[in-house]
Design a protein around this ligand. Structure first.
Ligand SMILES: [Ca+2]
Ligand SMILES: [Ca+2]
Length: 168
């Protein structure tokens, strides 16, 4: 706590500063209708669209087609899809540029973490975009599909901190 106070130059106005730190903490949140997990907010689209349309849908909300970087994040996504009883969703992963090199669309970074269904990806140049399929036997693992197939988007964005008071 002392470290935090020094970081925000609290000086002698310590009580006020603690109050402001409280305000800042509560200000970091997700927009209405978005679900929080760690430092990201997620929205699960209700309409089936192509991969490209899905990326545009997310951009419209200052978000990107989801980047899944850990088993914990992947399990969180699966748990929401189970709750929504929703079957098939695009994630932001594509090998459209170099066949077999799967990159996150919005960052152009090669995926370190993946959760392909056994034997996937299996369609080579005919399938350059990745989706999560809830139903058995796939059970929330990933598949490669034709980018013009139509599935629901999962969008991700950072926490909304624009109302922050401290640190001006
Ligand atoms: Ca993420
Ligand atoms: Ca491919």
């Amino acid at each position: 706590m002392i470290g935090l106070l020094q970081k925000y130059h609290c000086g002698s106005k310590i009580v006020l500063c603690i109050l402001l730190l409280g305000v800042q903490k509560s200000a970091a949140e997700c927009p209405n209708g978005w679900t929080r997990f760690n430092d990201s907010c997620y929205s699960f689209g209700h309409h089936d669209v192509t991969f490209l349309e899905a990326t545009r849908f997310c951009s419209h909300y200052n978000a990107y087609l989801v980047i899944i970087e850990s088993d914990a994040e992947n399990k969180f996504i699966a748990s929401v899809l189970e709750e929504l009883n929703s079957n098939r969703h695009w994630i932001g992963l594509t090998d459209e540029i170099v066949e077999g090199t799967w990159k996150w669309y919005s960052t152009d970074k090669v995926a370190n973490y993946t959760d392909w269904y056994p034997g996937q990806p299996d369609l080579g140049g005919r399938a350059n975009c990745a989706d999560i399929l809830s139903s058995a036997p796939y059970a929330y693992h990933w598949l490669d599909d034709d980018c013009t197939s139509k599935f629901r988007p999962i969008c991700e964005r950072g926490l909304d901190t624009e109302t922050s008071i401290v640190g001006k």
